[in-house]
Write a protein that binds this ligand. Sequence first.
Ligand code: PML
Length: 242
Amino acid sequence: MPLLSVRMRASLKGKHVSGAERIVSEEDIPSTLCELLKRPGEHDFLKLTLERLEEVEEIAFDLSISSHKFKSVEEGREFALKELVRSGVPEWVAKKGIELLSKGANPKGGNMRGAVLLDVETGDRLEPDPGRGIRTVRVDWKDRSAVREVLLRRGFTDRTLDALAIALKNIHCGVLAELCWSDDPDYLTGYVSSRELGYVRITPLKEEGDHLGGRVYFIRRERVGELIRCLERRAVLISLSP
Ligand code: PML
């Protein structure tokens, strides 16, 4: 059965407020649209994109999840640094990633819409447009409601559900390690993920009220073109069993 990517993004006064994506069959389009239209909260612009997918790759959910709580942002970020180093990122490159997210990675100030790509060897930024960054799209869970139920039962959140899917696709495409915390000023949990360590949730990675956040992907320069194509173009569905 043909599958479609359904993407929603909403903004208020030019500022991004909400985004979501589903990969569904034609018959599920009406219910998916209703669900996505309920999500954004206050907005003055909303764009829906529906796209028929030629090819969808299925991958298995094969990452462990762990959660770590700290008393302060300093301790949380110190732990994130250690986890990035344990994933093979040189300490100074990992520090640069943390600093970029904490100060706002957009060269024009503030957050980026997409992720920063950092060369693990030189620490150079490799996004073709550093104001936009690279967005991991065309990814979803094969059985979203079953995975959601399991994650919520374990005390995780809807954000974990979406972030975990992105982290899995990133690793599948060749990202060596990822660092992420939200730009939502009330959501203080972020994560480091890599093939070696799995999905490592860390609280807090930012102070309450802080609007700065985003994603940094640590990658190898020689694979950058192939990696960007995979992250932005290849459609991936994640299943709970192989
Ligand atoms: C988690 O709770 O597992 C971390 C999710 C980070 C979400 C980042 C985002 O929403 O942009």
